[in-house]
Design a protein. Structure first.
Length: 228
């Protein structure tokens, strides 16, 4: 009788012990599942943030740059020919802006386009075929300043006196002004802000840096020959 009671008691104790083990196992499994889900959620958030950063960087890298130049302008020049004679000519001048400088100057490439009449004069005096005479010539790394007090809607650039070689001839240009017209484009508005800050004697380094981030250099156009 006593042994039966003892056996029943042991079975109850073992049953309670097994139930505790099973409950602990289930609890551990639930905790593991919760931890796994939590870890997965954290990974997804991290990946989403990383993906957003990558998209942002890609968008920034893909941001289109602009080739920025002054408006083309017909200017007077002197063509000094190989035979010692001079001839007055008109050429179309454009300044391709390469860099905005912290001293409020610009670095650019000055491009002159020659009219057929000027090219024919050079061809005759140099005794070269017309096709060998370039349709455009350039002056690289030219430093240009804003005209004093200039501002939008018409920004004036002061181009220094300069000479350009064309075969056996030389093109001489006195100091002239080229223009940047106000426009709604971002780069134009930055130039308007730049000149406004200069005139007000206020800080403009941030504007200069923003201009340089937008500017890209145009394909080299130096001494392009005419097509035969």
């Amino acid at each position: 009788m006593r042994s039966d009671l003892t056996s029943q008691l042991r079975r109850k104790q073992l049953s309670k012990h097994y139930r505790r083990i099973i409950n602990r196992a289930l609890h551990c499994e639930m905790n593991c599942k919760f931890a796994s889900k939590l870890l997965l959620f954290a990974c997804l958030i991290g990946w989403s943030g990383m993906d957003a950063d990558v998209r942002s960087q890609t968008a920034e890298q893909a941001k289109p740059q602009v080739v920025f130049a002054s408006a083309p302008k017909l200017i007077a020049a002197t063509l000094k020919l190989a035979d010692g004679s001079n001839s007055a000519v008109r050429v179309q001048a454009t300044l391709n802006i390469v860099k905005a400088n912290e001293d409020d100057s610009l670095t650019g490439t000055l491009v002159y386009r020659l009219a057929d009449e000027s090219r024919q004069k050079i061809s005759q005096t140099a005794k070269r075929n017309l096709a060998e005479i370039p349709i455009s010539i350039t002056q690289k790394d030219l430093t240009v300043n804003f005209r004093h007090g200039t501002s939008c809607p018409l920004i004036r650039l002061q181009i220094p006196e300069n000479d350009a070689e064309i075969g056996n001839a030389k093109l001489h240009v006195d100091s002239v002004t080229l223009d940047i017209h106000e426009a709604p484009d971002q780069i134009n508005q930055l130039f308007c802000s730049w000149t406004r800050q200069i005139n007000a004697k206020r800080q403009r380094l941030g504007i200069i840096a923003a201009i340089n981030r937008l500017i890209t250099v145009e394909e080299d156009v130096e001494n392009k020959p005419a097509k035969p």
